[in-house]
Design a protein around this ligand. Structure first.
Ligand SMILES: *C/C=C(C)/C=C/C=C(C)/C=C/C1=C(C)CCCC1(C)C
Length: 274
């Protein structure tokens, strides 16, 4: 954590944290009121998405408060620098506690919306959930260490479960995607791509302090990176999960599609039942 932030650096972090609170809170509320718009069998996935955005909202309030009490400026309403307040540090731990809870849940969300056979779900989750928890737990000692060597070492260790998760998602889960209704296959591949893209931001943001950026710049870029990645990986991801749940609901039940869609026409040709 830097000793001094310029006025602009302070405002940048402040505004991004505020943006994340708004995105998470209102995505959770939107999904809450939209629950009846998917069939009951897909509501578990949406409920988990609401929980994820709710947990993130809570933690971003804590992060925001921690940030505003950690940096202070003597110039009221001015454009002066902000320096570290005595006795109040910025707590990066909130992010890791948040990830420890939300990252496994994001994987549960994905598996739930696929509505796979119970055995297949179990098979995937007993691999993905512990790997996700391990990835976050291994990242934390490096994150809070001021030592770049330790940062690099734990970053490397954390990348092992990360690679394992991606491997499962692109091999075993790939097979399951082939059995999904044709109408959602494209959306599901985009969802998996979003996951890859947004999750990939975290290790990059983590490594920024190791690059030759000045302390404060690297720290601000890291906060912005984590914040943007959180919006993509939780809120935007949740909205795509909701889209998939809706499309699968229409595909499963043409009568439901008739009630839900303004034109009364299903998105994809209704499945023909013998
Ligand atoms: C909503 C929060 C999400 C999706 C967080 C995801 C976090 C990661 C994928 C973090 C990965 C890391 C590495 C692969 C190495 C360096 C340490 C971490 C923890 C930043």
């Amino acid at each position: 954590m830097p000793n001094v932030l310029s006025h602009g650096q302070f405002e940048t972090v402040y505004n991004f944290l505020s943006l994340v609170i708004a995105s998470m809170l209102f995505t959770a509320l939107f999904l809450l009121v939209s629950l009846p718009r998917v069939l009951p069998r897909y509501r578990q996935a949406i409920t988990v998405a609401i929980v994820v955005c709710g947990i993130a909202t809570y933690h971003y309030f804590r992060i925001f408060n921690s940030f505003t009490s950690a940096f202070v400026t003597p110039s009221v309403g001015g454009t002066g620098d902000y320096s570290q307040a005595t006795g109040a540090g910025f707590n990066e731990g909130y992010r890791y506690v948040d990830w420890l809870l939300t990252v496994p849940l994001l994987l549960v969300e994905l598996i739930a919306v696929l509505a796979l056979a119970r055995k297949v779900q179990r098979h995937l989750l007993v691999r993905l959930v512990p790997a996700a928890a391990l990835m976050i737990a291994l990242g934390y000692p490096g994150e809070i260490s001021g030592d770049n060597g330790l940062r690099g070492l734990f970053g490397l260790l954390s990348t092992i479960p990360f690679a394992y998760i991606l491997f499962i998602l692109f091999t075993e889960l790939g097979k399951s995607l082939e059995h999904q209704p044709a109408a959602v296959r494209g959306t599901l591949s985009r969802l998996r791509f979003l996951l890859l893209l947004s999750w990939g931001v975290y290790p990059v943001a983590y490594l920024l302090p190791l690059l030759n950026l000045s302390g404060a710049d690297a720290w601000v870029a890291k906060q912005v990176g984590y914040s943007l990645a959180d919006i993509l990986a939780k809120a935007v991801y949740a909205l795509i999960i909701f889209q998939v749940a809706k499309m699968k609901s229409y595909d499963d039940d043409p009568a439901f599609a008739k009630v839900e869609l303004p034109t009364g026409e299903p998105l994809a040709p209704a499945p023909t039942h013998a």
